[in-house]
Design a protein around this ligand. Structure first.
Ligand code: PLP
Length: 346
C-alpha cells in the first residue's frame, strides 16, 4: 500500500544533500575537532566553516552559536544554565510550550503563565510557533526581561527573526538536516552557567561535536529560502483541506483558524471522535497523521497545548494534527480527505 506522510511537525525526511554531506564527513572527517594534529584541525576548520554559514543564515555572530544534539538538549542547557541566577525571580512562560521547555523549568519557583506578566519579570519564554496547532506567536514586550524563543517548529517553514529575543533554540531534523544536531543561540552577557562541562563549544557544551550531522545541517541551511517558499505554497492546500472538513459537521473546528499559523499545519478538532481512533484508522488506510496528545508511559494524555487555548480535556482528545511536507500535492490532500471522510462520517 502506498503511504502518505502528513506528520511533518514530528520530523521530516532529511534532504539528500544533507545526507550526502554527513556521509562524506563520516568517512573523511572523523577526526576529533578538539585534537591539535592536522586531522583534528581539518575537522575543526570544517566545523567553524559550518558555524559561520549557519550563523549567517540566522543573522547572528558565529561565536554565539552552540552546537548540541537536539532542541530538547538546547532548551535544557539554556534553562538549567539560567536557573541559578533567574530560577527564583519572576518568569512569564507561554503555557503551550513544548515539554522539552516545560520540563527543565520544573525547579523554577516563580513561573507565571503568559499573557500574565508578573511585576519584575526577568525571563520571558514564548515559542515562535506551536508544534500542535501551528499558531505563530509574537514575542511579548517585557522591558528588561531575558527573552527566550523556541524556533524548533518555525525554522524552515517560515522566516525566523531573532532581533526581538536574547536566546533561541533550533532543531535540524524538523528542517531537512540529519538527526542528531540542535542549536542554542545566546546573546553574550546572559547570567548563564554551563551545564555540560567540557572544553568544546567554548566551554558552553562539553562533548565531541557531531561533525557529520553539523555539516548535514549546514547543507540543509543553504536551502532554507526555497524551503520556506515551498511551505508558503502549502497554505492554499491547507485552507482547502480545512474548508472541506468544516463542511462535514458544525461540531468540527480548526484550532487557531483566524490566527497567524504555519502554512503546513491544521489542528482539526473533530468533536465526538477520538483523535487517537481517527489517527489509527488513517494509519491503517495508509496515512501518517498525529493526535494532539502525548503518550506518557503507555497512557495517552490530552494535549496541554490544546487545553491552554481554553478547550476541555474531551476536546483535546478529539484533535487530529495534519502537518504537510513541502511538496505535498493537491492529489495527496484529496486522498487524505477521502480517507478522513470515511472515518469520521461512517
Ligand atoms: N520544541 C518544539 C516546539 C518542538 O516541536 C520539538 C519537537 O517536536 C522540540 C522542541 C524538541 O526538538 P528535538 O526533537 O530536536 O529535541
Amino acid at each position: 500500500m502506498r503511504r502518505h506522510y502528513f506528520d511533518a511537525n514530528a520530523t521530516v525526511p532529511p534532504l539528500p544533500s544533507a545526507v550526502e554531506a554527513a556521509r562524506r564527513a563520516s568517512l573523511d572527517l572523523w577526526a576529533n575537532p578538539t585534537s591539535t594534529h592536522r586531522e583534528g584541525q581539518a575537522a575543526r576548520h570544517r566545523l567553524e566553516e559550518a558555524r559561520r554559514s549557519i550563523a549567517a543564515a540566522l543573522a547572528v555572530p558565529p561565536a554565539q552559536l552552540v552546537f548540541c544534539s537536539s532542541a530538547t538538549e538546547a532548551l535544557h542547557l539554556l534553562i538549567r544554565g539560567l536557573q541559578p541566577a533567574l530560577g527564583s525571580t519572576p518568569a512569564a512562560v507561554f503555557p503551550g510550550e513544548h515539554s522539552a521547555c516545560l520540563n527543565p523549568l520544573k525547579d523554577w519557583t516563580a513561573v507565571s503563565w503568559l499573557p500574565e506578566v508578573p511585576d519584575g519579570c526577568a525571563t520571558v519564554i514564548q515559542m515562535a510557533a506551536n508544534n500542535e496547532t501551528g499558531i505563530r506567536y509574537a514575542m511579548p514586550q517585557v522591558p528588561d526581561g531575558i527573552r527566550i524563543r523556541d524556533c524548533a517548529q518555525a525554522w524552515g517553514k517560515v522566516p525566523v527573526d531573532l532581533t526581538d529575543c536574547d536566546a533561541a533554540v533550533f532543531s535540524a531534523h524538523k528542517m531537512g538536516g540529519v538527526r542528531g544536531v540542535g542549536l542554542l543561540w545566546m546573546r553574550p552577557g546572559l547570567p548563564w552557567l554551563p551545564v555540560m562541562e567540557g572544553p568544546q563549544e567554548r566551554r558552553r557544551r562539553g562533548g565531541t561535536e557531531d561533525l557529520p550531522a553539523i555539516l548535514g545541517l549546514a547543507e540543509a541551511v543553504k536551502l532554507l529560502p526555497e524551503r520556506c517558499e515551498a511551505h508558503a505554497a502549502l497554505a492554499t492546500l491547507r485552507d482547502a483541506l480545512e474548508t472541506e472538513v468544516l463542511r462535514w459537521s458544525p461540531e468540527f473546528e480548526v484550532l487557531g483558524k483566524d490566527q497567524p499559523r504555519l502554512p503546513n499545519t491544521s489542528a482539526l478538532l473533530l468533536r465526538g471522535h477520538s483523535g487517537e481512533a481517527v489517527q489509527m484508522a488513517l494509519d491503517l488506510a495508509g496515512f501518517a497523521v498525529s493526535t494532539g496528545s502525548a503518550c506518557h508511559s503507555g497512557s495517552v494524555k490530552p494535549s496541554h497545548a490544546v487545553m491552554a487555548l481554553g478547550y476541555s480535556e474531551a476536546e483535546a482528545r478529539s484533535v487530529v494534527r495534519i502537518s504537510m511536507l513541502p511538496g505535498t500535492t493537491e492529489g495527496e490532500v484529496s486522498e487524505l480527505l477521502k480517507a478522513l471522510k470515511k472515518v469520521v462520517l461512517r
